[in-house]
Ligand binder design. Structure first.
Ligand code: NAG
Length: 528
């Protein structure tokens, strides 16, 4: 009996340790997108799989692992020099915003072809395409078009990973509805309850977004692949319909709930983890006040030091009036005018701070990953959204009751102190944060475990054909039952029309006014 057990354990170990060969492509996108594919890569290599990772940023912490082969495409790192002052561009006048909009539009139109040419043209990737063998292809959905043909090329199933919610257009490709009536566009300020005007806007903007980032480029990237790699490649739209799974960085505790096609697996917040001990000096600072501490950070893309001096002064003066300590993410040059309760640090161990028992509130721009961490650690939030998806994220957090919002243009010493005091002293914020945190943590399995399970599921079963919706090949009018309504309407309309004409005929026949005989005679006479 014992021998059998040992054998079983050994065979299982062999099966696990053999590992599969996985290609993960994240050749474009921002650093924050790493919060999805980096934890997953670490977990997969930890389980004995071999990962080839194509990225635009050096991910030192995983690149050193024996089972990771990192191909770094440095030239695809986002060039932030085209936005010399992102802070001003996002919070400034209409002119600043339009200038930024023009840059973003220019990127949207030129990037897909550029990313494709750079990726397919790289000699290391050409070797990979010629000689590589993979059991699975995964890619991060930012300029994801480039990655569409890899799965087909390596005869391997494909998993798409969204850094955010399910992108517009993807549900329809998998055979489902887009649900524009209640799924707010990612980059809008709508909620899941929209007026007619908002639904009009939501429909238009979602459609336009999908047209400009997807439909517009799909054929050009396809022809680049055909020219540079393989002329036999089938149309991308066919490949796209065959994706085995789509992981989304969503969960109803911080994204609006919606129905999803069966291939979509929500793994939102998979990077969230319990706090680790802080470095000694930081620990000494945050635990030295009875009143606790507050964290102020706005992510890695926008620089805090680009804030106008007047606004910096508002923050400094408001913070000076707090009994709490403040940990301020600050990469600029060291300031000598900070009050004693404020510590400026260039890089924050954000989760370790948010998970610290003395943490009282989180002042944030409302980036998705930051809000996920706030939810996971149950910390009330004061959000200052700049735009992009932050307005939507903070809107949702306010609706759930664990956040308050302050617009950048409203910021003064007084509005700041008032909002911070409210978050700190109105118990509703803390209560809601705890409630939502409890709900987020109460899942059948943690999101990272779920992502690993489904990744290995696809490896074990070589795809998910059994999850394909029957509607995947129906035309839009068939999915919307327009043809069925039409046939039904014939059943109703034909009898109705018949009745209508009969009734009209009968009535008219009876009711035609008969002229009095005298008149009639005169008429007859006249005709003669
Ligand atoms: C997509 O999947 C279907 C069903 O498994 C298969 O018949 C078809 O050839 C696939 N298409 C591509 C482009 O891989």
């Amino acid at each position: 009996m014992k021998l059998v057990f040992v054998l079983v354990v050994f065979v299982t170990w062999l099966a696990v340790s053999e590992g599969s060969w996985i290609l993960i492509v994240a050749a474009h996108g921002t650093k924050s997108h790493q919060n999805v594919y980096v934890p997953l890569t670490k977990e997969l290599v930890g389980r004995g799989h071999h990962v080839t990772l194509i990225t635009n940023y050096d991910i030192g912490e995983v690149a050193q692992h024996d089972n990771v082969n990192q191909i770094l495409l440095e030239q695809l790192a986002l060039d932030t020099s085209i936005f010399p002052n992102m802070f001003k561009a996002l919070t400034g006048t209409w002119r600043d915003k339009i200038e930024m909009g023009v840059q973003v539009a220019r990127m949207m139109f030129t990037f897909p072809a550029m990313v494709a040419e750079t990726t397919y043209g790289d000699s290391r990737i050409q070797t990979l395409l010629a000689k590589g063998k993979f059991d699975l292809v995964m890619f991060s959905e930012a300029c994801g078009l480039t990655c569409y043909p890899f799965g087909w090329h390596f005869k391997a199933p494909t998993i798409a990973m969204s850094p955010n919610v399910l992108f517009p257009g993807r549900a329809a490709l998998l055979g489902d509805e887009e649900h524009y009536s209640y799924v707010p566009f990612i980059l809008s300020s709508y909620t899941d309850k929209m007026s007619l005007n908002q639904r009009l806007g939501n429909y238009l903007i979602s459609k336009l977004f999908n047209t400009f980032v997807h439909d517009w480029h799909i054929d050009s990237v396809h022809s680049i692949f055909k020219k540079m790699v393989d002329p036999d490649c089938p149309p991308f739209i066919e490949i796209e319909k065959n994706f085995s799974l789509v992981f989304t960085n969503s969960h109803p505790s911080f994204s609006y709930p919606r129905t999803l096609p069966p291939q979509v697996i929500e793994v939102g917040g998979l990077h969230c983890r319990p706090a680790r001990p802080l470095p000694d000096d930081l620990e000494a600072f945050v635990s030295s006040s009875e009143a606790g501490f507050v964290v102020f950070a706005i992510g890695s893309a926008i620089k805090m030091e680009d804030m106008p001096e007047e606004m910096i002064q508002s923050f400094i003066k408001a913070f000076a009036r707090l009994p709490q300590r403040v940990v301020w993410q600050w990469k600029g040059k060291v300031r000598s005018d900070l009050p004693a309760n404020v510590l400026a640090v260039p890089w924050l161990p954000q989760q370790d701070l948010l998970g610290h028992k003395h943490c009282r509130a989180f002042l944030t721009h409302g980036g998705l990953n930051s809000l996920q961490e706030a939810v996971y650690h149950g910390v009330p939030v004061l959000g200052f959204p700049f735009g992009t998806d932050q307005t939507l994220n903070v809107g949702r957090a306010v609706k759930e009751g664990y956040a308050a919002k302050l617009e950048w243009k409203e910021i003064t010493q007084e509005t700041l102190i008032k909002s911070i005091q409210e978050i700190l002293h109105d118990s509703k914020y803390k209560k809601s944060a705890k409630r939502i945190s409890g709900m987020f943590r109460d899942q059948i399995q943690p999101p990272l475990e779920r992502a690993v399970f489904w990744t290995e599921f696809v490896l074990r079963h070589k795809g998910t054909d059994h999850l394909r919706l029957g509607s995947i090949d129906l035309a839009p009018y068939q999915r919307a039952l327009v043809d069925v309504y039409f046939v039904f309407s014939l059943f109703f309309i034909i009898p109705l029309l018949l009745v209508f004409f009969c009734v009209r005929k009968c009535c008219c026949a009876n009711k035609r006014p008969a002229a009095p005989p005298a008149v009639r005679n005169e008429q007859i006479k006249k005709r003669q």
